[in-house]
Design a protein around this ligand. Structure first.
Ligand code: HEC
Ligand code: HEC
Ligand code: HEC
Length: 158
């Protein structure tokens, strides 16, 4: 049988924690946890991943993630888009620093994943699908890789 990733939600319906296959149902503490349906239903919906558009949720001020564990450090937000053109037949990729630096410190990506220089780090779809490069987060904690057009969105000039 093929084992595959079981989505935590199907079409806006979140599985209760007892049924998600991840939580220990024999643990009495389980009842103390807020259910996903209760926690997530009021956030802007999405039709991929865990059914929440987290970027919109932040823009609308519905969530306010800490920028560091202690919360003491102010986030450094960088508004710099990077166009990635090496996509063969697919639309080109636009990497937005702003959306990322609203959540993530520079060190999450520089320079372990990417050099501080556009084009200096080879990036391929194969690596991403293998959980490297952008795939360290996308498909894991950020929107899934099936959403091609959220990354590939810039047409080439004819
Ligand atoms: C998280 C962002 C992201 C998602 C989602 C994504 N890609 Fe990519 N893709 C990239 C990046 C970044 C590159 C490398 C671009 C570069 O180096 O200029 C790339 C490269 C490619 C390439 C060029 C050939 C190669 O192997 O590198 C193809 C074709 C491609 N992607 C197709 C797809 C398809 C089809 C999907 C959806 C099933 C998809 N991508 C989803 C970011 C993404
Ligand atoms: C989510 C990952 C991520 C985060 C977080 C991030 N970057 Fe980047 N950064 C990238 C990627 C991807 C590139 C392009 C790499 C490439 O093309 O090889 C890049 C490129 C750059 C470049 C090169 C720009 C150019 O014109 O050549 C600079 C400078 C940079 N980042 C600064 C920062 C700073 C400062 C921060 C924190 C405020 C930051 N980045 C946070 C992923 C990130
Ligand atoms: C360190 C983790 C991390 C890495 C690495 C990373 N991302 Fe992201 N990305 C996120 C998070 C978190 C968000 C915001 C939440 C979400 O949209 O799921 C995000 C959002 C985005 C968005 C915005 C989507 C929107 O709704 O506007 C795009 C586009 C994107 N990422 C592309 C990329 C590309 C392309 C790469 C690789 C060059 C990359 N990301 C690498 C974590 C990461």
């Amino acid at each position: 049988m093929l084992t595959c990733y079981q989505p935590a939600a199907i079409a806006g319906k979140w599985l209760p924690l007892e049924k998600d296959g991840l939580h220990d149902t024999s643990n009495p503490g389980l009842k103390l946890l807020q259910s996903p349906a209760e926690a997530l239903a009021n956030l802007p919906p999405d039709n991929a991943g865990n059914q929440v558009n987290w970027h919109k949720a932040m823009e609308q001020g519905l969530i306010n993630p800490r920028s560091s564990l202690s919360g003491a450090k102010e986030p450094e937000i960088l508004d710099l888009d990077i166009l990635m053109e090496d996509t063969r037949g697919a639309l080109m990729v636009l990497f937005p620093h702003k959306v990322h630096t609203q959540w993530l410190d520079c060190e999450n990506c520089h320079e372990k994943l990417f050099k501080y220089e556009t084009g200096a780090t080879p990036i391929s779809m194969g690596d991403i699908l293998n959980g490297e490069s952008c795939g360290v987060c996308h498909g894991a904690v950020a929107f899934p890789l099936t959403e091609c057009n959220r990354c590939h969105k810039i047409p080439r000039e004819q």
